[in-house]
Design a protein around this ligand. Sequence first.
Ligand code: MG
Length: 248
Amino acid sequence: MKKLLLAIAALTAAAVSAQDRAVWEPEPELVNAPANGAPPSDAIVLFDGANLDQWMRIEDGEPARWEIADGVATVTPGVGSIRTRESFGSMQLHLEWRPTDVISGSGQSRGNSGVFLHGLFEVQILDSWENPTYANGQAGSVYLQSPPLVNAARRPGEWQSYDIVFTAPVFEQGELVSPAYVTVFHNGVLVQNNVRLAGATFTPEPVYETRCAPYPSEQMQDCTGKMPLSLQDHGQVVSFRNIWLREL
Ligand code: MG
């Protein structure tokens, strides 16, 4: 009986403690997250199947010329990588992608594209179904930096998804005070767990620079604030749909 009373007292104490620490304000904003996979109500929709008006070709700022059909945007090989017209900081990003089921290459030459966070850090897109390549270059990798924890690839021709949490780097007075971090779910499977990004993908060594050319064909620019998001034309047929983000 004494033990029972002590247990009840402990539970009561815990309840009182929780009440003391309860926070009521501000109340989290209500966000509607549809069950059908549509973007949450507070998302910035970057591609809903209609057009690529929010994107432009990186090399010259011309309209993005990827093919759009049946609500899907597909890389037209050779027409160029694209980036958003707007710039963003830290974000939750969702995109769906599909490598062609017409197999013509292998390794890095099969279903290669990529999403460049801040235009600088590539989360690799690749057909990694029975397609050996270096681990830090397969689907779900931070290209040349961090292999995925597992290979969550689906068969070519099937839709796949990335859900990414990107924490942007922080600069103060021209100095990096906090690097970027990324968490990636590939088809709902965790493949990058709050990984510290060593620096940009396309510099000879990964570095953080206050001025940079995010993609090799871009002009030098200030790289300490918000940056656009890029999608890669690597010369292979990869399709995209349902691209949205929530700034954090
Ligand atoms: Mg790539």
